[in-house]
Design a protein around this ligand. Structure first.
Ligand SMILES: CC(C)(COP(=O)(O)OP(=O)(O)OC[C@H]1O[C@@H](n2cnc3c(N)ncnc32)[C@H](O)[C@@H]1OP(=O)(O)O)[C@@H](O)C(=O)NCCC(=O)NCCS
Length: 153
């Protein structure tokens, strides 16, 4: 069960000025983090890049590409010390509404089979596991598959 938050989360668009804060979260929570270039390319490509803030502090973010009636959720992350408070659930709800507003009929994402927290998050939000992509991610012992998940909007 998630702990209570003292202040309501605020969602705002990510800009290049936010990348120091984003990278410090990204580098702390992933063994194979996105690079700064991945985020700046996403911003330049016009992907939907959003931050979640609590009390003015950046505590998480998400990147979704929406095109041709489909959304592809590329990144959704919450800073370690802010996890288990419902922030990812709220951010995901915000992103799902955004995808609907941009006329997406489905959202797809990939997740590591070992990432039980994320799989539970997405499953709880209504995503179904529809396929596996072999050797999708780098891993300590070679490569790790990806579970492909889909939400029909
Ligand atoms: C996965 C992640 C985004 C969840 O963020 P969060 O803000 O802690 O998630 P929430 O508090 O909204 O939790 C929602 C549900 O997810 C599941 N969950 C979240 N963290 C979990 C954990 N450590 N273990 C098991 N289940 C977990 C639970 O079902 C939870 O519901 P509950 O709190 O009612 O039990 C966060 O752990 C994270 O950023 N991890 C590193 C980055 C990552 O893996 N991103 C996803 C890549 S696909």
């Amino acid at each position: 069960m998630s702990a209570r938050l003292d202040s309501l989360p605020n969602y705002r668009r990510m800009t290049a000025r936010d990348l120091d804060a984003v990278m410090s979260i990204e580098n702390a929570i992933y063994p194979y983090p996105w690079t700064r270039g991945n985020f700046s390319d996403s911003l330049q490509a016009g992907y939907h890049c959003w931050l979640v803030e609590c009390g003015g502090l950046i505590v998480g973010y998400s990147v979704i590409m929406i095109a041709a009636g489909e959304g592809h959720l590329l990144n959704l992350s919450i800073a370690a010390s802010w996890q288990r408070r419902g922030l990812a659930t709220g951010l995901l709800r915000f992103i799902v509404k955004l995808a609907r507003d941009y006329a997406a009929g489905k959202i797809f994402l990939e997740v590591r089979p070992s990432n039980t927290a994320a799989r539970a998050l997405y499953g709880g939000a209504g995503f179904s596991e529809i396929a596996m992509r072999r050797d999708y991610y780098p891993a300590r012992d070679g490569r790790e598959d990806a579970v492909v998940m889909e939400l029909v909007l």
